[in-house]
Design a binder for this molecule. Structure first.
Ligand SMILES: [Zn+2]
Length: 91
């Protein structure tokens, strides 16, 4: 099992995104990557961090926002999609 290099969620083969030729792309999940393109090409790293932090807090109501954001800011910027993100400015 790996994880999506865009949103960071754990993925198994049935979650893999697809390349333009229909083959599976194990780097990204199908929510992020479809038919060789990102489903949300304009989303920024900061927006993804905020979204994933909110998702974590929805799943864990006791989780404090600073903890959730700390986890996502420590994890997401190292993923392949964001590694060269020029706009990232340590939030
Ligand atoms: Zn994803």
């Amino acid at each position: 099992m790996g994880f999506c290099n865009s949103c960071g969620r754990p993925i198994v083969k049935s979650d893999y995104g697809t390349n333009k030729d229909g083959s599976l792309n194990s780097d990204y999940c199908k929510d992020c990557f479809k038919d060789g393109e990102f489903t949300e090409p304009d989303i920024t790293l900061n927006e993804m961090i905020i979204r994933k932090s909110k998702e974590m807090m929805e799943k864990n109501p006791d989780l404090h926002e600073t903890i959730a954001t700390g986890i996502t800011t420590g994890f997401l910027p190292g993923l392949k999609r964001w590694y060269n993100e020029p706009d990232y400015d340590n939030i």
